[in-house]
Design a protein around this ligand. Structure first.
Ligand code: F6P
Length: 535
């Protein structure tokens, strides 16, 4: 059977159907949900019926999701365009073996974790000191996968943080490093240079600047630097002592790397026990992903719902809306995870994709988003599937009115998106407010909500380190499943290269050291503007 064709036909047939009518099936909420321990993923407020769900699962089976998953966990080189294994899951595996080229990588992973733990304990206890005494502040310099995960995690686990304060510098814009370093006592600051390649121009430029700043504050600046990288020759060339260098292998993709040394800042902030709980949560999700039947498999279902909306219904963006301030940076993190992984136009075999690839992912925490862009989500012309996340209990004032309001708003939004408000209902409201005749009609039309807009909700008891680990691993595996079904390589990122190359050639033109003669008219005009403004 052509599963794509079958599902396209189902999407066409679903158009006139109202999601709310599907709830005539009293068991719908339970049927269109998945559970893992205390976490519940509810996708019943989507226009997916039994046949559609079966069709989506058949699509996953036909793409051999289970076989590709086993190949990934088994250390096969599934990142074919870079000839690499994909084993971020090994970073959180409590036991092996996991073989790459016949070698078990787990002992090495555990050695590095122990090395991180020893260093973190030394920093947190004060036995490792800066020139001015116990380390009070940590500055992580990195970008993309060497920044977004730790930034998100630090906010997610803020209520567990009892170590040094952690700060992040990513942008090459000098405003970033200046603003971060300005308020710090550098004599008690540790700088971590986090870069898988140790060549990324933004990170290396910031690292050089940080070293210059540190040299103005202390006599031995290198002593207050640590590094996280796969390129140990480059960390030593930068002058960072071996005992403060934490290595990892090329089978960890940048955007999948916070489970290992890239998570050093997280471990420094929340301590080794909480960091290990975070790893354990991810491992729980890994085990579920590996063993649960596809029809009960949370990452598989999350992926299939996403594909139903994007590839079959044609909704080309999705909003991630955490009703959890601590997950404020989850949308930004997912932008890299999902769009760098599945923003591709060529299949693994080099042919052009014939279906849309991964969607645009965006979002902000609720309730702030409600007062910004929800207008468009409710009444705009584009349908935007919404992915809500909410905890039953908050970490801060978890059972107070704050949290009750947060939960009520989250539930209200998914309900409003589904139900909408008809013209008759809007008319009745306006009539009661004293409107009549043509003005009643005109005003009522502005107050109609089409409804029938799909959403999912991921709900968990409380955002603990373990649950946070589960959530992030859930999204990682979702990206994997979508990539397998699309037939693309989710683990390379060639699309970031061209801009990097052109930036190198444009730098001397921008400074005036080289001529802009060979450039296009727009670039020439912009260069001329810069030079005129600076002269
Ligand atoms: O944006 C491209 C990219 O290579 C990302 O994939 C990666 O996370 C980021 O740059 C940073 O790379 P590195 O850790 O090597 O500095």
């Amino acid at each position: 059977m052509d599963h794509w064709k079958n599902l396209r036909a189902k999407a066409e047939n679903a158009k006139p159907r109202r999601i709310v009518d599907l709830f005539k099936d009293a068991d719908r909420a339970g049927t269109f949900s998945a559970r893992l321990g205390d976490m519940l993923f509810d996708f019943s407020k989507t226009n997916i019926d039994d046949e559609t769900l079966s069709g989506l699962i058949a699509l996953a089976e036909s793409a051999d999701v289970a076989g590709r998953r086993d190949a990934m966990f088994g250390g096969e080189k599934i990142n074919e365009t870079e000839d690499r294994a994909v084993l971020h899951t090994a970073l959180r595996a409590s036991e092996g073996p996991v073989l790459v080229d016949g070698q078990d990588v787990i002992p090495g992973v555990h050695d590095v974790l122990n090395q991180m733990e020893a260093f973190v304990n030394a920093v947190r206890s004060g036995s490792f000191k800066g020139q001015g005494g116990k380390i009070t502040d940590v500055v992580n310099i990195g970008i993309g996968g060497s920044d977004l995960g730790p930034v998100m995690a630090l906010q997610a686990l803020a209520s567990y943080a009892d170590g040094p304060r952690c700060h992040f510098v990513s942008n090459v814009d000098g405003a970033h490093i200046s603003q971060v370093m300005r308020g710090l006592d550098l004599t008690t600051t540790l700088v971590i240079v986090a870069s898988k390649t140790f060549t990324t121009i933004e990170t290396m430029t910031n690292a050089e600047t940080a070293r210059t700043m540190m040299a103005e504050a202390v006599t031995d600046p290198s002593a207050q630097f640590a590094a996280v990288s796969t390129a140990l020759d480059k960390t030593s060339a930068f002058g960072i002592a071996e005992e403060r260098v934490f290595g990892f292998a090329d089978w960890v993709g940048g955007r999948y790397s916070m489970w290992g040394p890239i998570g050093l800042s997280i471990m420094l902030a929340v301590g080794p026990a909480n960091f290990r709980a975070f790893l354990k949560g991810a491992e729980t999700m890994d085990k579920h992903f590996r063993t649960a039947p596809l029809a009960e498999n949370m990452p598989v279902l999350l992926a299939l719902v996403g594909m139903w909306h994007n590839q079959f219904c044609g909704y080309s963006t999705r909003a991630v809306l955490p009703y959890d301030q601590q997950l404020a940076r989850l949308p930004a993190y997912l932008q890299q995870l999902e769009m760098e992984s599945n923003g591709k136009r060529v299949a693994m075999d080099g042919t052009d994709l014939t279906v849309p690839a991964g969607p645009v992912v965006w979002g902000e925490p609720g309730t702030n988003g409600q007062h910004a862009f929800y207008q468009l989500i409710h009444q705009g012309t584009a349908v935007i599937p919404c992915e809500f996340l909410v905890a039953a209990e908050g970490n801060e004032m978890g059972r107070s009115r704050h949290h009750q309001l947060l939960m009520a708003n989250c539930l209200a939004q998914s309900k409003a998106l589904m139900l909408g408000r008809s013209l008759d209902e809007a008319r009745a409201k306006m009539e009661a407010a004293g409107f009549e005749g043509a003005e009643l009609d005109r005003q009522a039309r502005h107050r109609v909500f089409p409804g029938n807009r799909p959403s999912t909700t991921l709900i968990y008891p409380k955002l603990t380190p373990e649950i946070f680990g589960q959530i992030v691993a859930l999204y990682e595996h979702r990206v994997f499943v979508e990539g397998v079904i699309l037939g693309i390589n989710s683990f390379d990122q060639w699309g970031v290269e061209l801009g990097k190359e052109l930036a190198v050639s444009l730098e001397p033109i921008v400074t005036g050291a080289a001529s802009s003669d060979g450039e296009d008219g727009s670039t020439k005009q912009l260069v001329a503007f810069i030079q005129a403004a600076l002269n």
